[in-house]
Design a protein around this ligand. Sequence first.
Ligand code: GLY
Length: 352
Amino acid sequence: MEIVRVKTVSPYDVLIGNDLTAEAVSRVSRSCKKAVLLWDEAVYSGYVAELGNALEKDGKEVMAISLEGGENAKTIESYAKITKIICEFNLTRSDMIFGIGGGTVMDLAGFIASTYKRGVELVQMPTTLLAACDASVGGKTALNLGEEKNIIGSFYQPSMVVIDTRFIDALSDEVFSEGCAEIIKTGILGDASMIDMLEARPLLENRSDSVYLSQIIKRCIEIKAGIVQSDERDNGPRNILNLGHTLGHAIEAESNYKIHHGQAVAMGLVLITRISENKGIAETGMLGRLINILTSHGLEWRCPYNINVLAGHVERDKKVRGGNLTLIIPEKFGFCVFLKVKVSEIRKWLTE
Ligand code: GLY
């Protein structure tokens, strides 16, 4: 088992390994008497039952609530319905909520844990590679409001994150690839040697090598943890995690969310790297290498939309502050620059 310590204001461990049920249960605090397992019905129920049984054996009263994952899980209605069930179960402030699923379940479980009785303990158990390398760590929680994605939310760090690679082993190649996009993004912004590694040994074709998989997940989380620790509430440096996401979110929105997040990020990374190379910021050859890495990870890199169409979405990005948007521009593998652009000039900057 690998462990990464996230040194936020309330620090916590991220456990990475195969079959972590017993380890996770042994780390649940003695004062926890009840546990709610909020789980995506699409994940293998056997592992959820195994966790429930282990918690019960340890003397906890357990309630499992299954839900349909995806963006529909993050509605106000779903939040209210689940919170009411938790209320009826009489979960107290010393008890615990487990979020078990992909990014949308992490966002919802986090928001419920942060607001129910003004905060109960939270264990995040991501079941997708994407959620393991991004949403489960860093304490961002979110709900959608109609078409507005992640417009409601809080910063609320979990007490523990458990990445049991049995869930990740069960993913289809397509869903696994989505997580690779986030891993490649992390390499671009923080670790050129990880890019070299992924180039030499693509994770997709080596996904059954559990040591390699855990090593890559661990490195990603170390990089993300370092950034989150320096800017827990996303007021500056944490913005770097947005690399490829401004255009990625625009692609998702333009596709009516038919292009999924990881795939959209892959396209967003290519667009911003191409723009950067064209402007003489990114070193020559970076784009070609990036395209090869994405391709070897089963990711489509060609964006079906015109940059002018995407610019319209970027102008309405929710990260706009004081009329400016900070773009993250790749310069070379392992290094990006921040560029503040006036919203009124974004279209020109992206298209010229
Ligand atoms: N997903 C980006 C962040 O945690 O800031």
